[in-house]
Design a protein. Sequence first.
Length: 558
Amino acid sequence: MQTSARLNNTAATLKLPSRWTSAGWIVALLVILPIAAVVWLALNPTDNIWPHLASTVLPVYLETTLLLLLGVGLLSLLFGVSSAWLVTLCNFPGRALFEWALLLPFAIPAYVIAYIYTDLLEFAGPIQSTLREWFGWRSARDYAFPEIRSLGGAVLMLSLVLYPYVYLLARSSFLEQSINIRDASRTLGCTPWRSFWRISLPIARPSIAVGLALVAMETLNDFGTVDFFAVKSLSAGIYDAWLNMSNLGAAAQIASLMMLFIVLLIWLERRGRARAKQFSGADRFKQIERYRLTGIRGWLAFGACAMPVGFGFIIPFVELGSMALNHLEQFTDRRFISQASNSLLLSGSAAILTAILALVLAYSQRLKPELGGLRIAAKLAHLGYALPGAVLAIGVIIPFAAFDNSVDSWMRDSFGISTGLLLSGTPFAILFAYLVRFLAVSSGSIEASLAKVTPSMDMASRSLGANTFETLRRVHLPLIKGGLLTALLVVFVDCMKELPATLILRPFNFDTLATAVYQYASDEKLETAAPGALLIVLVGIIPVILLSRTITATRDAH
């Protein structure tokens, strides 16, 4: 009895963490591990060739990456803001259709659209062949045609699929703005254009900045497009240093440089969000009186919205569909079924596990909101989403390889047998990378849903004798199932499209739809890649529908 009492007193004195708190710390630290591994290897490389990189290829990588970020940012800003303002505050032919259609390019991975337009616009493609036939040109020397496989081509391809980030946030901001303020500007003599420029745009600027930060992060993450177009970005440089130079330390050093870009972008995004606080007025749900655009102005508005949808979704989707129809037998091919099964299994497992880990992290913070350390660790864990896939792959392979080597060495010394690769070089490495990268996506949806559950329900459940786990299972889960299902779906689709980390971490003879599409397209076998690319796009359309419903529901705009 005395011993038991002493142990209880000791535990009370030390304030041992609860199981939920311990689980939250474990999740956060596991997700932070790859980030720490990249920094550690960058500071302690086996063979330091940083001076050589700095004097040769690094300036090219930096210049190209900055130009890529600038170009994609400007085009995404142009496409996203203009279309968001038009469909929110103007009436013109097709406006209701464009409300959701402008999000469709979200469904197409950048590397897929790059392959499609290369096939259409290259010298032997249908467009240049038709032009030569029409005008009697015989060779490329007879006419000038822009080169699609270039930095400018990469900027255009990425902009066509990334502008929806800006469109989504800009439109949400325009919907939430006070109608009375815009009406007051009109009574003071402002034209619709001046009202947009002087009222709507400044209010929406913080949200637009957040959208641009997301566009920049996705641009940094891209590998398939820049590699296919031979653009020497930092992402391509990591791949080159690791696999072509066989120097993981150099790859980690370039990755650390990319992480500095990411930290800067996150800082800008947080600053924009901090300034984005607005208070809803009494007219929040007042019906929007849109500017009516008729005649040439209406059709110009139609064209401005149709252009990004047409080039960003309709043309690529039609091309993929026509190619896939010519290769229907591939859908029953054993290799295709294996690739699809690998994608579905990895994406489904990652979606479920990520939702569980995000729920543990969010619920542990809800139970102990006073633990500042856990809250900071959770925020650091969310950085995984900002890490480009190539950087994440390095962060995963370092601790996994160290673990495999340590276990193998111990087993050899103790029992004379080799364990081989237990973690690295296995599908588990890909799965772990997915968990690290998309935990923030799942956490955002789950935390938002949990925040809507009043704390009084927790207290009522506990007063009726339910413990924390029973409260979660019987009270919270039924209430947050919408956010949970959204998290599952979005993570599943993101994993289906993910290429850089999967390409680097996959085992031998293990392909997903994304890696197979990349390999076929790189080998100029786009028609063989079409069925897999089409399946990825069809799966990606699902969250587009959810996003459209979400932003429309922010105001009853009909």
